[in-house]
Design a protein around this ligand. Sequence first.
Ligand code: DX5
Ligand code: ZN
Length: 217
Amino acid sequence: MVKLAPSILSADFSRLLEHVKEVEAAGAEYLHVDVMDGHFVPNISFGAPILRSLKGKTNLFVDVHLMIENPDQYVKDFVDAGADLINVHIEACPHIHRTLQYIKSLGVKAGVTLNPGTPLVVLEEVLSYVDMVLLMSVNPGFGGQSYIEATTDKIFRLKTMIDDRGLDIDIQVDGGIKLDNVKTVVDAGANVIVAGSAIFNTDNINDTVLAFREAIK
Ligand code: DX5
Ligand code: ZN
């Protein structure tokens, strides 16, 4: 079953809870929370207090994507604020094995994220410790960018790598996913789909979520 993960980066922050409830009512499963620090990526979004403001107000699975340097320092804040899964960038974690163990010790799921330019080979020693791999299909930092086509083959190769090892790991893809390319991404092997601008920058969020579901049937 493919899960939809609307990214609140593209939501209207003045109506954040309303937008969250809208995607939940439309049938999305995850809430993708993009945290940017202005160092690891060239943009600043928001921190744990914003996530905490939603705590207890949604049943969506809260998937936090940390695009920050030194993520270990902030993981606990996001878990306390309501995260169900924490994704860290492998490029920001010199001790990725320790970071993943730390995330799990806090009682949440752990994911590892790869930038478009980072090869899959870096996953060799950590694949068996993660619940999810997030492949970036844009260079992180901004919503509304175009999908990098080479990601499709990377998804396929990651799926093969996971299956060859007999592992059960979610493949999430993030960046530039729209109604016209979501099927390609799913067919390549992704099962958690992030969409920000394609869902929130539309007139009718409910209809758009339903259209995404239809597109991947
Ligand atoms: C990019 C973020 C994405 C972004 C996706 O740095 O990690 O989650 O919000 O936005 P769209 O779907 O508009 O590319
Ligand atoms: Zn993201």
